[in-house]
Structure formats: C-alpha cells, structure tokens
Design a protein around this ligand. Structure first.
Ligand SMILES: [Zn+2]
Length: 315
C-alpha cells in the first residue's frame, strides 16, 4: 500500500513523498525526514492513535532512485477499520503496487509550495524588538493558498515525471490522465515530448536520452543523443546550466552530487525539463572560430524544473 500523502508531525501538514524529498535536499529548510514522524493522512484514523503509530519512507533521501519513492506502513502500523490506508486492502490485480506511481497529480504548480511550521520556533527571545511589519524570520514563512496543499496538485517536478516514467508501459493510462500546467491542460501523454520533436509545440515537458554532460566545473551542458531535423538537416540539441543558476540553487549540494555522478556515469540517463524550448542558434566552431554551426539550445532558467535520472523502458 502506497500513500499519496502522509501527515508530518513537525510541519503539522500533509506532504507527498516528493515534498519530503524537496525539503530534505533544500539547504534553506530546517528539515530532516529522519527526525520527523509521518502519520496516517486520514484525520479520523490518526486521531485514534498515538504519535508513535508511524509510517516509514522509501527513497526519501536517495539523490538517485530507480524505484518509486513512497510512504508505506511499517509492520506494526495500525489503522481504524475502513481506513483506506490499511495494508490489508490489496490491489485488485494482486500486482505489487510499489513499482509504479499511481497518484497522478492533475496540476503541476509552477510556484513552489511553502511549508509553514505551525508550532512556534523554540528559543525566540521575546524581549528582542521586532519590526512590526516584518513577519517572524522563521525559515518556513508565508504559506500561499491552501488549495495547493491538496494531493491533487504538486509543485515538485519529480512527481509528474515519476508518473510518466513508471507508467510508460501503460500508454492508455498516460493518454487518459489529465495534467494542467499554467493555463495549458492536456494529458500526461501529450505533455511529455521527445526532444527530437521539440518543434511540434512550445511549452511542453521535453525529455531525451543524454549523450554527454559537459562538466565545466561550475557550469554544465547537457547534450542529447537525438537530433532535431529542420529542412532535411540534423541539428544537435543541448541545454546549458549556468554557474549563477547553480550557485543560487537552494538544493545546490544534492544537484551537484547528482550531475557530477551523471557526467561520469556509464548508465543510460535521461533529462526532463520544463519552462524553456531550445531554439536554433549559430555558435562558433571550436576548430575554426570564424565558422559557425547551428544547434538547438536553451539556457535552463529554473533547476526545480529539470531532472536527470535513469528511466528504464523509455526507449
Ligand atoms: Zn489510517
């Protein structure tokens, strides 16, 4: 039994496992899932048991993962009768449901979810004068509207990507599940576009197998294996990750660990990104700087909307 969300005791809120991963890697967030307790998201069920009736996490902290991250029952986790999260409710097919993501968010929200700690931070000296107009400098500050906290929406890019990758063998499902991003609504199938077809439509989630990652130490370029054809000519495709973008990223350490490992990896890796569409550009040739050649390229603008991962079964 996988849980779409779990109740976090420290945040007093329901989180998806992708929210938990996002917080674990966020260097600006005072959060560690190993020090938190995750409880049944069913309010009626949770109210009956003590706070030690916890769930466990799977792949909450692995930078790289193959199997779908999730919350699950521990052997001793109890639920009330009728709680839909009780382990005894097997899937109809008897299939091991740990192997795919079946909670498809219907919207990928482009602004990041803010997690508000509802319990006061211990140790604030009340005698310290505070500017009245300034919110307390709690790291989990302002929460935007509550609608975004429903499990039906996510602001963590890894979540829709995991839905797509882990269900790639079930095209009917991907063609049936709706996904909204910004003003655009389509199906999961239509929103994910192979990189070689990027000219078909703008504003999609583009993905492709990585040919090479150029490591310039503080910046990177990801080259895709497939080429884009324009006027019967093939053009290489790449995305560029600037030094400034990486240095200012709140999940910088985890990101660098991942991309450096990927750059030297022998395993087939894929890159997914949203928010930019590579355009044809003329760049100077290395061998002969007077000459230029065409390449489809884009500068990534938001690292939250880029993923490098293994994705078996995608070819
Ligand atoms: Zn329960």
């Amino acid at each position: 039994m996988k849980f779409d969300t779990a109740y976090s005791l420290s945040l007093d809120d329901k989180l998806s496992i992708y929210d938990v991963r996002d917080l674990n890697f966020d260097e600006t967030a005072d959060f560690d899932s190993d020090k938190d307790s995750f409880l049944c998201p069913n309010d009626a069920c949770r109210a009956v048991f003590d706070a030690d009736n916890v769930l466990s996490t799977f792949n909450a902290k692995n930078v790289n993962y193959l199997r779908t991250p999730h919350f699950k029952n521990k052997p001793g986790t109890r639920h009330i009768d009728g709680c839909r999260y009780a382990s005894s409710q097997k899937t109809a097919t008897g299939e091991n449901d740990d192997e795919r993501e079946d909670n498809f968010p219907s919207e990928f929200v482009l602004t990041r979810r803010q997690y508000e700690r509802k319990t006061p931070v211990v140790g604030i000296d009340e005698s310290v004068p505070q500017e009245p107009t300034k919110a307390p400098s709690n790291r989990f500050t302002t929460s935007h509207n509550d609608g975004d906290t429903t499990p039906d929406k996510t602001s963590v890019f890894a979540h829709p990507v995991e839905c797509y990758v882990s269900n790639i063998d079930d095209k009917d499902k991907l063609k049936a599940m709706p996904l909204k991003i910004g003003e655009h609504t389509a199906t999961y199938w239509a929103f994910f576009k192979k990189i070689e077809y990027l000219q078909d439509n703008k504003g999609l989630i583009y993905w492709g197998k990585i040919k090479e990652i150029k490591d310039y130490t503080s910046s990177f370029r990801i080259d895709f294996e497939k080429k884009v054809w324009l006027d019967k000519k093939p053009y290489s495709v790449n995305v560029y990750l600037s030094k400034k973008l990486i240095e200012n990223y709140r999940k910088r350490s985890a990101f660098l660990e991942q991309i450096k490992a990927a750059a030297s990896s022998e395993r087939p890796l894929y890159c997914f990104f949203y928010g930019v569409t590579p355009q044809l550009k003329q760049v100077p040739s290395k061998k002969n700087p007077e000459q230029t050649f065409g390449v489809f390229s884009a500068n990534i603008e938001n690292l939250d909307h880029l993923i490098i991962r293994e994705a078996p079964g995608m070819e």
